[in-house]
Write a protein of this length. Structure first.
Length: 129
């Protein structure tokens, strides 16, 4: 009985130590998120900026880390995740077949698909223009 108790504690300990991806860590630690969408002018408009932690955490649902995007897409917008005094710049596309985001974390370039929720959110910002 005692061994079963210790085994249960060990399982709970290891299950709670799941490795967090670099993207999820960035989103978790972000203080501010800004979205810029190019409108064809030389200076893009800021369509969205928040420091609301719950809204920032929603970005974990907007980028599909499990799928790699391919294709030669032109990017029409930028995302900036600000963590303390540092910022991470991402570029995104909402063109049909190119709904993706490109970013560099820990010296590695990632190109991931936007989730349906992410596409919907960014399109709603674009239409508010």
């Amino acid at each position: 009985m005692k061994n079963l108790f210790y085994l249960s504690i060990c399982i709970l300990f290891f299950a709670s130590c799941t490795k967090q991806s670099a993207l999820h860590k960035l989103i978790q630690e972000a203080d501010v998120v800004k979205v810029y969408i190019s409108s064809g002018a030389t200076v893009p408009m800021v369509h969205y900026e928040t420091n609301d932690i719950d809204k920032i955490k929603m970005w974990k649902n907007y980028i599909d880390e499990n799928s790699n995007a391919t294709g030669d897409c032109s990017y029409e917008g930028k995302l900036i995740f600000k963590v303390y005094e540092d910022s991470t710049l991402m570029q995104f596309s909402l063109q049909n077949g190119c709904e993706q985001v490109s970013y560099k974390l820990n010296d590695t370039l990632f190109v991931k698909k936007l989730s349906p929720e992410g596409i919907h959110f960014l399109n709603s910002l674009k239409q508010a223009q």
